[in-house]
Design a binder for this molecule. Structure first.
Ligand code: ADP
Ligand code: MG
Length: 238
């Protein structure tokens, strides 16, 4: 479903991605782990075409993302759910409005259909009754859940989550990690989660890789990764 080949990106003289290869099968949930500054967000931004690589190709569901023109990119991005690290809800809109906005813009659903859909998605993330609140009135965990509902509301089959547990306490981190897993499964999503939170990564993901010097090292369960001898991976997992 997602196939990354030889992806390279430098900023100034700093090589962040260096010939990265990565495959995610349809319906798989993969965690991309690594300490901060290793290029996790940069990778996700490439996957939705918000950053252009120096070299390499990205295929998502058969589409070569790196070759899309601006207009095609806009259409493509609608098919990908993206949970930003800071949730990125529109502050001036209520939660309900945040979810209805993409539906109004990109579907032909009628007002009552949109209302029903938004209600269903809020219920799904345990936010029924919070639709009239503004993002500033929500806790960090609620903002993440609302943003997750918004990421899925257009029916995306690809879900990208950037550091979904950052800024949350251990309980909220566990909850959002399990929710991402449940909803990915329910909606048949192919999901990539970036995180430096090893414990919660495996609450969401089927398998994980560690980003190391611009490449993806290892692939597998927590146990499999712990069996690797790569010193960088070892240090990161400890
Ligand atoms: N737009 C940019 N311009 C210059 N440097 C950038 C830009 N985006 C990211 N970087 C650099 O790339 C590296 C990886 O960043 P990032 O992907 O955000 O790391 P993380 O793994 O914490 O998500 C960092 O050193 C960061 O400073
Ligand atoms: Mg990041």
């Amino acid at each position: 479903m997602i196939s990354v080949r030889g992806l390279s990106k430098s900023f100034g003289g700093q090589k962040v991605l260096d010939g990265l290869d990565l495959d995610v099968a349809r319906g798989e949930i993969l965690a991309v782990m690594g300490p901060s500054g290793t290029g996790k967000s940069v990778l996700l931004l490439h996957l939705i075409g918000l950053m252009a690589p120096d070299a390499g190709e990205i295929y998502i569901d058969g589409i070569n993302v790196t070759r899309l023109k601006e207009r095609e990119l806009l259409k493509f991005r609608r098919q990908v759910g993206y949970l930003f690290q800071d949730s990125a809800l529109y502050d001036f809109m209520t939660v309900e409005e945040n979810l209805s906005f993409p539906l109004k813009e990109h579907t032909r659903l009628k007002a009552n259909e949109i209302k029903a859909k938004v209600e269903a998605f809020l219920k799904m993330v345990d936010m029924a009754g919070a639709g009239s609140k503004y993002p500033s009135e929500l806790s960090g965990g609620m903002r993440k859940r609302a943003a997750l509902a918004r990421a899925l509301v257009l029916g995306s089959k690809v879900l990208l989550c950037d550091e979904p547990t950052s800024g949350l306490d251990p309980i909220r981190s566990r909850d959002i990690s399990m929710l991402i897993r449940d909803l990915s499964r329910q909606h048949g999503c192919t999901t990539v989660i970036t995180t430096h939170d090893v414990r919660n990564a495996f609450r969401s993901a089927d398998s994980a890789v560690v980003l190391c010097q611009g490449r993806a090292v290892g692939r597998g369960s927590e146990q499999a990764l712990r069996g690797l001898t790569d010193p960088f991976v070892k240090e990161f997992l400890e």
